[in-house]
Design a binder for this molecule. Structure first.
Ligand code: ATP
Ligand code: MG
Length: 413
């Protein structure tokens, strides 16, 4: 993409009411636009990051048997009354609206009822199970706090998968696969080493649920980390009995601030009971379906990546989620040679891989912008470099500069 065609511009300052580092850099870079507290629009560059994260998650979900669909955002009161979660005293994060002809509808704040209600139409026999259905979706929550930028929105984008299994044994097998898939996702987006599978409160059907907590000062949770075993315990369940039951030692656990980037949960029959979601087993007996839920916030993940992988100049994207792999910086010059060479390289590497700074502005401004925007690799084309017949490469993360010959380009993309 040519930067001259990108309508967004970088800004020196973020809005003064924005305190979170992730939102500050993302707003200054023109990745997102703040509509109001906890509500952000994703601009062209921001959307490219979300789409890359989405592709990584989709691949991992399909790999464990997930099947993608899309549930509606407007929610039916009657469906939610079955589980008692229409009641604002039970679920306090609803956004609801009155309909013109009477009645009320709500905006999705979670998905268990929605999926259970759909799957009830299709699950009758043991032959129909298991089912692992998921969607990517906008979620709306009337959150009290919204000071963490895109990590805690009132409107946010997530992936939610629901597993429908014949029994607990079948459920547990999938649950372990999902845990691994989640670890793979965090590894692929570049925050694997800081993300811990964390034991937290579990509900009725299992002692624990598992959160995926990424260590950052910007986090809202406190966890206790065993760095060697690579697991952690959330403060909400942290006590002597739990520590012992997990074979951990108090003196080896370190207290850290962390943000929950995902979680997986055994639901058991909590939703299949009120929805009467049953199947006939091989003996034609009716059995309740055994369920699990598996969530990830894409905006939260993007925000966590920025929190962790930025420096004082700006964002440092890992290649897997960077909007573009390469920032091609043409240094304006009197001769046409620089433009010609830049264009040639742009075409060679492909417009989907390269953000091409073809703007006629000062070199210093271009370098600042490139550092703020954070593509992993910068290629600088100047009169001087053309004269030496080499290209100048700068690694955004290390700042290391290398002179490379043009023949080495094809290996880049
Ligand atoms: P938290 O404990 O942080 O409030 P939660 O436990 O309510 O989150 P879930 O309802 O399980 O979260 O949602 C699944 C995932 O969705 C979370 O792990 C997180 O990644 C993301 N998420 C939850 N709330 C928000 C939010 N307000 N803004 C952005 N992402 C969110
Ligand atoms: Mg939570």
């Amino acid at each position: 993409m040519r930067q001259s065609e990108l309508f967004t511009k970088t800004r020196r300052e973020a809005p003064s009411d924005e305190t979170a580092k992730n939102a500050e850099f993302l707003i200054r870079g023109g990745y997102i636009h703040k509509e109001m507290a906890g509500v952000y629009s994703y601009l062209p560059l921001g959307l490219r990051v979300i789409k890359k994260i989405e592709d990584i998650i989709r691949w991992e979900m399909n790999n464990i048997g997930g099947i993608e669909m899309k549930t509606s955002i407007l929610q039916n009161k009657e469906v939610w009354e079955k589980s008692s979660r229409w009641d604002d005293n039970v679920a306090d994060s609803w956004f609801k609206t009155k309909l013109k002809n009477g009645g009320e509808i709500g905006l999705s704040w979670t998905n268990e009822e929605t999926f259970t209600n759909v799957l009830k139409q299709y699950i009758n026999s043991y032959k129909d199970l298991p089912v692992y259905a998921y969607d990517f979706k906008e979620i709306f929550r009337n959150e009290a706090r919204s000071k963490s930028g895109i990590m805690r929105g009132r409107e946010f984008y997530w992936k939610a998968l629901y597993s429908f299994s014949k029994d607990e044994i079948e459920h547990n097998t999938f649950y372990e696969k999902a845990k691994q898939a989640y670890q793979n996702i965090f590894e692929k987006v570049g925050i694997g080493s800081l993300t811990y599978t964390t034991f937290s409160s579990g509900g009725t059907f299992s002692k624990f649920s598992h959160e995926f907590q990424t260590i950052t000062e910007a986090g809202e949770d406190i966890i206790y980390v065993d760095e060697k075993k690579r697991i952690a315990v959330n403060k909400e369940v942290y006590n002597d009995e739990v520590i012992e039951s997990l074979n951990l030692k108090k003196e080896e656990l370190v207290e850290k601030k962390a943000i929950e980037v995902g979680n997986i949960f055994t639901l058991g029959t909590k939703f299949s009971e009120p929805f009467d979601l049953k199947y006939k087993n091989e003996k034609s007996e009716n059995q309740l379906v055994f369920m699990g839920s598996y969530g990830i916030g894409l905006g939260r993940l993007m925000g966590a990546i920025v929190e962790i992988l930025s420096d004082d100049k700006g964002i440092v994207w890992p290649e897997s989620v960077a909007p573009f792999k390469i920032h091609l910086i043409e240094i304006p010059s009197e001769s046409d040679e620089v433009k010609k060479k830049s264009l040639k390289i742009y075409e060679k590497l492909g417009e989907d891989n390269v953000l091409y700074d073809d703007r006629n502005i000062r070199a210093g401004e271009k370098f600042n912008d490139a550092d703020l925007l954070g593509m992993p690799l910068q290629i600088i084309i100047s009169e001087k470099n053309i004269a030496s017949n080499k290209l100048e490469f700068k690694d955004r993360k290390t700042g290391e500069v290398k002179m490379i010959s043009e023949d080495e380009l094809p290996n880049l993309c």
